[in-house]
Write a protein that binds this ligand. Structure first.
Ligand code: FES
Length: 110
């Protein structure tokens, strides 16, 4: 299998319901992961452009659902299933979805 242009790491960490930190899974990250995989495959992008992987906690819990994009090295945050088509479109056109990119301020909060 060839190396892809990008790897998208989707946090699927799960914490107890009553944990004040919350978790990406509680915010729907497994559905986001599934939708990304399906839509990239449907566009023929999964084998060349982007591989979607699950990840443990990426330490950006307050901005979950969090996705780390490598090798570009930025985070998408507060991602929902409805954002997935735009993310896939961005991969197809080699551009980021700026409204979802975590800011320095977001990263500071963790
Ligand atoms: S639980 Fe997803 S970044 Fe921490």
């Amino acid at each position: 299998m060839p190396q892809r242009q990008r790897y998208l790491f989707v946090c699927i960490n799960r914490r107890a319901e009553d944990n004040p930190k919350g978790s990406c899974t509680a915010r729907g990250s497994e559905e986001v992961h599934r939708a990304l995989k399906e839509q990239l495959a449907a566009r023929g992008l999964a084998k060349v452009e982007a591989r979607v992987c699950t990840s443990s906690c990426l330490d950006q819990c307050s901005s979950g659902v969090t996705i780390l994009v490598e090798p570009d090295h930025f985070f998408y945050g507060r991602v929902t299933v409805s954002d997935v088509p735009e993310i896939v479109e961005g991969i197809a056109n080699d551009r980021r979805v700026e409204r979802l990119v975590l800011t320095a301020e977001d990263l500071e909060k963790g």
